[in-house]
Design a protein around this ligand. Sequence first.
Ligand code: TXA
Ligand code: MG
Length: 312
Amino acid sequence: MTNIFKANHENIIKAAEVIKSGKLVGMPTETVYGLGANAFDANAVAKIYQAKNRPSFNPLISHIAEIDMIKEIGIADERFFVLANQFWPGPLTMVIQRTNPKLDLACAGLNTTTVRMPKHKVAMDLIKASGVPIVAPSANLSTTISPTTAEHVYESLGNRVDMILDGGACNVGLESTIIDLTTNKVVLLRAGGLEVEKLEEFLNQKIVNAKSNPEAPSSPGQMLKHYAPNKQLRINVITPCCDEFYIGFGDMNCHLNLSKTKNLLEASANLFAYLRVADKNLEYNKISIAPIPLNGLGLAINDRLERAKNSD
Ligand code: TXA
Ligand code: MG
């Protein structure tokens, strides 16, 4: 018996009750499945860190369903509203100054916080029915591959989650793009489901990449090993070895192809699920993956692979 429930109206209302009673819900978003709890309930938030084995210095994103909820979280400036208006709901997370002390644990004590509005009807309905912001990291054990289906959540966390809402496979497949708005620059903390080019074009300015800028604000989670399969992973591979499960990109011979037509959205949506298949395969004891271009969503794909390969 699993704790997976179809995400219909009745079960979303049930899940909202679970959230309100201080328990954990696995919920679909357009990026990856989240492990949700009431952001204002420190006991519930503590359960997230515990269920994931997540270091408590690594803060969580608050998910909101109405822009007005921001008042209960932090101080948003004009840039925030302009960006929210353009890209929300969607895979963009913004770091702002925090005001609410109830978010102490969710923010790991930082005086800043992250917020996003997910582009997924189930997530939005759940937040609205709960009446509070929902903090949700990816619903997997810390350092492992992020979940893009309800089954992945169950495989990773089992009954550590009180209820999992099944809303089908995530259509973006990579976590949100995180930008920091706490200085007068816009700083990229994590490449993700919203292409940096789209942000730069809209803002008509270059975004500073925290990775290549030691003086820029940083993100605790970006220091960590992450997305790691159990098997050894090589990236940018053109000629795979005979003991490697080969994940391809473009028109080529391989075991699984992220996108035959080199469509980066398709590749993103497939990435984590394919890494899981490769990891479970009994015939090959290693994994290799073809080169993925660094533009658009390719930036986020390469970021995830770089950190996944450091697992050995
Ligand atoms: O797409 C997503 O963002 C998914 C779905 C479920 O919404 N969530 C997600 O959460 O990826 P998580 O916890 O796996 O990643 C959140 C990242 C972490 O790397 C964390 O360190 C960073 O956001 N973060 C959270 N609060 C921060 C803050 N105040 N300043 C800098 N980084 C922060
Ligand atoms: Mg994560």
